[in-house]
Design a protein around this ligand. Structure first.
Ligand SMILES: *[C@@H]1O[C@H](CO)[C@@H](O)[C@H](O)[C@H]1NC(C)=O
Ligand SMILES: *[C@@H]1O[C@H](CO)[C@@H](O)[C@H](O)[C@H]1NC(C)=O
Length: 310
């Protein structure tokens, strides 16, 4: 993974650095541990756990369907639960593999804009440019269609920090996008926990500086860290990056809390363990478990203290 010098860091100005701390959000899956689609009551239980144990009032999802493409109608299930709980939702849709329209229909059916501030925004795709599962032109077309369909809603996309930094996403940055979500995992960069916070800051600073440069504005686009996290006990090691709940807690308390203090909004990946989730494949082709990245177990028990500064 290419790491530039710290010169890049000096260029980045955190949009909210002088005014406010960043907002902490949680990534939440839309299926239960048994593989069934989460219903409104499942999301209600998710939100209760998040509100009881964290300072967060924001979550993001990835798809309207389950990982086999079966409809979960996630927008219709999650938004009423979120509204009742005072949680905002950044709704994700997963257009890979020609299912854009299939992912869009549940958003339309749910009348998502009628939920007002409960709907934080919509993201089209997550790391699809990085994986090469769709093209820049497709993504620009889809984002344009979302903006036309939901004109009062902030529309964005998530991709890996290096794609935002190295020119891959420049056409997207210039396309009138509202939200940029840059994912950054020191873990996937095989960093020892002792260097993980520095690596995450370097990643985000580079991505933010590039987005600012290409957009010609410090805050014209809402820049967020779309995902960061560390696998807990049961997870896979990645070189010097060792899985384990102690390291996960350390990463949360140092990298996450400091990034929020710098003024960057971020999503912790992820809220709840997903014991049935398929393995992920890293940059070097290494297979790694994605099952134990939750800061809560799958039965919603917190693994550690998630209160920054407390
Ligand atoms: C940008 O970074 C991604 C992820 O590392 C990589 O796959 C891609 O080839 C890079 N593109 C350029 C133009 O360097
Ligand atoms: C620690 O992280 C910094 C920032 O990403 C990087 O430049 C450096 O190479 C890392 N150190 C090691 C030993 O990998």
């Amino acid at each position: 993974m290419q790491i530039r010098t710290f010169a890049a860091v000096a260029l980045a100005v955190a949009p909210a650095a002088v005014s406010a701390a960043g907002q902490l959000g949680f990534a939440v899956g839309n299926t239960n541990p048994d593989g069934s689609c989460k219903k409104q009551s499942d999301f209600e239980a998710d939100f209760e756990a998040i509100k009881d144990n964290t300072q967060s009032t924001l979550v993001r999802t990835y798809s309207s369907s389950d990982s086999y493409g079966n409809p979960c109608n996630t927008p219709s299930e999650i938004l009423p639960a979120a509204q009742a709980a005072g949680i905002q939702v950044l709704l994700g849709m997963w257009p890979d593999g020609g299912v854009y329209e299939k992912e869009k229909a549940p958003l339309v059916d749910a009348n998502v804009e009628e939920y007002g501030d409960t709907l934080f925004g919509i993201t089209v795709g997550s790391e699809g440019m990085y994986r090469g599962t769709y093209s820049q032109n497709e993504l620009i077309t889809w984002i344009g269609d979302m903006k036309a369909t939901f004109p009062s809603t902030k529309i964005g996309t998530a991709d890996s920090w290096n794609c935002w930094n190295n020119g891959t996403m420049d056409g997207i940055i210039k396309s009138g996008i509202d939200l940029v979500l840059a994912n950054g995992f020191a873990y996937w960069q095989y960093q020892h926990i002792s260097n993980a916070t520095a690596t995450y800051f370097d990643d985000m600073a580079q991505a933010l500086a590039h987005v600012q440069e290409v957009s010609g504005s410090i805050d014209g686009i809402h820049f967020m860290s779309g995902e960061t996290g560390w696998p807990g006990d049961g997870g896979t090691d990645a070189g010097a990056a060792k899985a384990g709940t102690d390291n996960e807690e350390t990463y949360f308390n140092s990298a996450v809390c400091a990034m929020l203090e710098w003024g960057i909004d971020l999503f912790w990946f992820e809220a709840f363990d997903e014991p049935n989730k398929a393995d992920a494949i890293g940059d070097d082709g290494q297979v790694a478990s994605e099952q134990y990245w939750g800061s809560f177990t799958s039965d919603r028990t917190p693994k550690f203290n998630m209160m920054c500064g407390a």
